[in-house]
Design a binder for this molecule. Structure first.
Ligand code: ARG
Length: 459
């Protein structure tokens, strides 16, 4: 590499200033620096082991890289637009520090396999952290759910009161979603965790390299098996982005519920003040900004997924500069998800529950009507007839402005002579919950079991 602004002796003039800024990525890819160094050190170690560079070259490279790492960590490293990206900036500095050995580092390597390696090392690291954060959020959900296996709220379909469920059962639905999300990340990690180095520009290299050795040094589970594929595909990043979009989508749904539940029309919960803001004009307001932003930021993460898919779809093999555009969406998704998970775990922990308001809401929507129909079925009525009898009973209760359980026995018996005094047991919210006593049902015993099982799965 030369100190002039032109790329090499092949070029007659330096790159135009505007083009330089347009094509440079150092502003955003410098965050890959430590992974770039890690990859370079493993590559150099392999080159030395294969006697492609000398032991002294390796020592010099290690010493130079140690200094560069310190400079970067201390914020003293001078990133230069002239050197385009993180890779060339570090290589340039290395050569300044150690001379010819720095120029030998790039033997048998291209920035194409180098950048693919860096992104994989970066993403693997981030996935590990995200999985920890996801587990912390799952624990928060369990902590919130556990005391509420007997707290009854209306379960909704079409946002209309449907059947009573426990608050714990409702929360556990989200636990299940996050459990699958975690499994998706773990599965994606396996495909992220493969080594592209050795592919060089696209076809491999003529040096006697040992790819498996580099993979082992970097903790990869194996090597990318085809050199063209190794430098060109970003499917591992797309797959991650899809998993991230699903996590955000799940949290967006939960956010929508938290927002509704915090509205005074529901008053099911209160979110701790530190997650809310006031209004500059309306003194009474306390707004659920955090869940609203999570819902909003889901759009950005979903957008990043589409950006990466679109980036990939028209590219011929192998590497194309288009791929440089993979970084900002990927980084943005990682950052958004990381922050969201952190803040969410804390917010869930700080939720105050209002069981009385939940109960009142469950009482208001004829939530036990299905239980009355099931009661009649158990006494011999075909389900469709039971459905109709109960529909008429509900209509009557609506006219009377009361709940089914508040109708007198003789009033209920107008709708079916199969109804007896024991009907009131099924018309209670507790009766309705207890009746759904099977795996996946809302009966307190089942939910307690689900929570215990979930806790065990996290340890
Ligand atoms: N900054 C580039 C990227 O992110 C590195 C690889 C460049 N390779 C090349 N042949 N121009 O993709």
């Amino acid at each position: 590499m030369q100190d002039t602004h032109a790329w090499s002796g092949r070029f007659n003039e330096p790159v135009a200033e505007l083009v330089k800024r347009y094509t440079a990525s150092v502003e955003f890819d410098k965050r890959l620096a430590l992974f770039d160094i890690q990859g370079s050190l493993a590559h150099a170690q392999m080159l030395a082991a294969g006697e492609i560079i000398s032991p002294q070259d390796l020592k010099d490279i290690q010493r130079g890289m140690a200094q560069i790492e310190n400079e970067i960590l201390a914020g003293d490293f001078e990133w230069q637009l002239d050197f385009e990206d993180v890779h060339l900036n570090i290589e340039k500095r290395l050569t300044t520090l150690i001379g010819d050995a720095g120029k030998r580092l790039h033997t048998g390597r291209s920035r194409n396999d180098q950048v693919a390696t860096d992104v994989r090392l970066y993403l693997r690291h981030e996935i590990d952290e995200l999985q920890q954060l996801l587990k912390a959020l799952q624990t928060s959900l369990l902590d919130l759910a556990e005391p509420h296996i007997h707290t009854i709220m209306p379960g909704f379909t079409h946002l209309q009161v449907a059947q009573p469920v426990s608050f714990a059962h409702h929360l556990m639905a989200y636990f299940e979603m996050l459990k699958r999300d975690d499994a998706r990340l773990a599965d994606c990690r396996k495909r992220v965790n493969r080594l592209p180095l050795g592919a060089a520009a696209l076809a491999g290299t003529s040096y006697p390299i040992k790819r498996e050795y580099v993979a082992e040094l970097l903790g990869f589970e194996g090597v990318c098996e085809n050199s063209l594929d190794a430098v060109s595909d970003r499917d591992f990043a797309i797959e991650f982005s899809a998993a991230a979009a699903l996590i955000m989508t799940h949290l967006s749904r939960l956010s929508e519920e938290l927002i509704l539940w915090m509205s005074p029309r529901f008053s099911f919960i209160d979110i701790a003040d530190r997650f809310c803001t006031g209004s500059s004009i309306m003194p009474q307001k306390k707004n659920p900004d955090v869940p609203e932003l999570v819902r909003g930021k889901t759009g950005r993460v979903n957008g990043n997924l589409v950006a990466l898919l679109t980036l990939m779809k028209g590219q011929p093999l192998a590497y194309n500069k288009d791929n440089q555009e993979d970084k900002e969406p990927l980084f943005d998704t990682v950052d958004t998800l990381n922050q969201t998970l952190r803040i969410y775990a804390d917010m869930i922990r700080g939720i105050r529950v209002n069981p009385e308001a939940m109960r009142q809401a469950a009482m208001q929507g004829y939530a036990t009507a299905t239980d009355l129909a099931d009661y009649l079925v158990k006494k011999g009525l075909p389900f469709r007839d039971a459905h109709e009898a109960v529909a008429l009973a509900v209509r009557h209760a609506v006219e009377q402005k009361c709940d089914l359980s508040e109708l007198k026995l003789d009033a209920l018996q107008q709708f079916s002579d199969l109804i007896a005094a024991d009907v009131y047991e099924v018309l209670t919210l507790e009766g309705s919950l207890n009746a759904r006593n099977h795996t996946g049902g809302t009966a307190p015993a089942q939910v307690a079991h689900a929570i215990a099982k979930a806790r065990a799965s996290l340890t």
